[in-house]
Design a protein around this ligand. Structure first.
Ligand code: SF4
Ligand code: SF4
Length: 159
């Protein structure tokens, strides 16, 4: 081997080393940096993320000071609902007071567009920030008045 060949060989080996060692050091530096920084993951469900103000989760049927449903069973929300997820059975008393005898929302059909909340003339329906309702049976996603009055009870807290 001539002196020239030897020089080429040595410099080639140096280049090879640079290709391995430099990325390795970069990787180590990145690992160290993240090892001491705050994790972006959380211990769900014991820790929960605060969702945005405009988040649209499970519905709530609002009540007045006496605990009576504000809903006057006008049917506007059911009419405007794109996937027809709302079903109302209205009832009218002799004095002309209307209220829903039955009120159902199919939370599987719902696309959480918020149209029902916007259409309601009396602020009787609202989309809450509850986002993690889970169940095994499709039937349990048919929310009736009892469920719709208190959607916060379904916030998942773990087993
Ligand atoms: S949020 Fe939209 S899809 Fe869901 S019930 Fe209301 S109107 Fe219907
Ligand atoms: S629009 Fe409001 S008041 Fe009318 S049926 Fe729906 S929830 Fe009740």
């Amino acid at each position: 081997m001539s002196n020239r060949d030897y020089a080429v060989n040595v410099s080639g080996r140096r280049t090879q080393r640079g290709k391995i060692v430099l990325p390795l050091l970069k990787g180590l530096a990145y690992t160290l940096k993240n090892f001491f920084s705050k994790p972006i993951t959380i211990q769900y469900p014991t820790q929960r993320r605060e969702v945005r103000e405009r988040w649209r989760g499970l519905h709530r049927l609002n009540v007045d000071g006496q605990g009576t449903l504000k809903c006057v069973a006008c049917g506007l929300c059911a009419k405007i609902c794109p996937p027809q997820a709302i079903r109302i059975v209205p009832y009218e008393e002799e004095g002309g007071t209307r209220f829903p005898k039955e009120f159902y929302i199919d939370e599987i059909r719902c696309i959480f567009c918020g149209f029902c909340q916007e259409a309601c003339p009396v602020g009787a329906i609202e989309l809450t920030k509850v986002y993690d309702y889970v169940d095994y049976d499709r039937q349990d996603f048919q929310f009736d008045i009892t469920k719709l009055k208190d959607p916060e009870q379904f916030i998942f807290k773990g087993k």
